[in-house]
Design a binder for this molecule. Sequence first.
Ligand code: HEM
Length: 453
Amino acid sequence: MISATKAQNSSNYPPGPKAHFLFGILPEYSRDPLGFTTNCAREYGDIVLWKGSLFKTYQLNHPDYIEEVLVKKSSQFGRHQTIQLLRRLWGDGIVGSDGESWQRQRRLMQPAFHRDRIFSYGEVMVNYTNRLLTTWDDGTIRDIHEDMMHLTLEIVAKTLFGAELATEVEKVATAMQVSIEYYEKRLNNLLFFLLPDWFPTAKNLRFLKAVRQFDELIYQIIQQQRASGKDTGDLLSMVLQVVDEDGKGMSDRQLRDQIMTLLIAGHETTALVLSWGCYLLSQHPEVEAKLLEELQTVLDGRTPTVADLPQLRYTDMVIMEVMRLYPPAWGMARTAIEDCEIAGYPIRAGDGVLMSQWVMHRDPRYFDQPEVFNPDRWAGDLLKKLPTYAYFPFGGGSRICLGKSFAMMEAVLLLATIAQKFHLTLVPNQEIVPWPAFTLRPKYGVKMLLSKR
Ligand code: HEM
């Protein structure tokens, strides 16, 4: 495999695109973030400087450099400034926090994600999917992305917090959409980025309303659980029992931040894998046929369970390949908290680094015909042979996705359940556009025609 070449030149900065004196690379970047990052990698190499008026950012396009940031020098990097924008929504939950606060939260949540615990969620995942499928009528058209978002939200709420969201799901989904749009606008518009949150623009007001709606729902979940006083064994009842050295439990605000973070981190990403998966399968009948063959052999028409997972090898490969081409987390950013060096270049405290799954997963140095959807590429030992950070849909190092096993199990079970019962055809004359907001969404949804098998 290709190893990184250390910088030989005498310049203190790696090469990079020309930048506007005031706005830096923002105008070009915000026009097409995926195209811009891909072109930077192909044109300027393994480390690229993005000059900004406020910050310098280094785009890292080699697995060794990504490993330095996520693993070897992880103590020298912290959460990126852009994550601060999201704190307004998810407060001090695990995703946005650093240092001791992060460690405490990670330790606290870990047990809910142990293998045995996760296996016990399998039944809810399949039952909720079957419940959705009973509402699907043969010959009708649905936005699959919307359905998958609702389904995975209901699943994470039930498995981790014991909450039934069926009647609230629409409200939560709308609030989510408003928040994502808000984040995307602020990130890509310097003026909007600099405006304080309280400034009463229409977008800020819509966002604040969305946060209020979320809050109402979450406080309701907390109250129900506190009132019941039962230990139901889920994450919420575990967290409710935690007390610190002073004998104090978590406040409602702290609980709200944890729940909000997990509801967000725990549903949209998996919904995206399934939405992109349904889209790709509809464009590759040969892959769909192979998938059905496996489902027929292993399940023979019955509902899948966690015991079937080891046999559903091709289904698993389909999911891996979907996440290669359409990684839900399409890029990850960090800020240097002390001066350090990457690829022979000095990185100063305050500088940013961007590591993009979208770019790395389509790098021809690591993947043959990278643009082709080919689940069979994972049949041999490709994953073992690849440098770890050539394929990293779940991130890496100590902050690797806490829900990785939950998500893989959910994606395989849901895809197997859906594909067995329905054939999905993409409705013609619609644009399927990957939209790199916080996650990689289909910008206008994915409308599909349902045919019962
Ligand atoms: C296919 C689905 C998923 C993908 C691709 C994904 C991807 C990721 C990535 C890339 C990170 C690291 C972000 C960073 O380091 O900046 C992350 C973190 C996280 N994910 Fe996921 N995720 C998925 C599903 C889930 C699910 C289902 C849950 C929970 C039920 C979850 C919970 C979390 C949490 C709590 C973190 C923060 C971990 C920490 O900071 O210590 N994720 N995820």
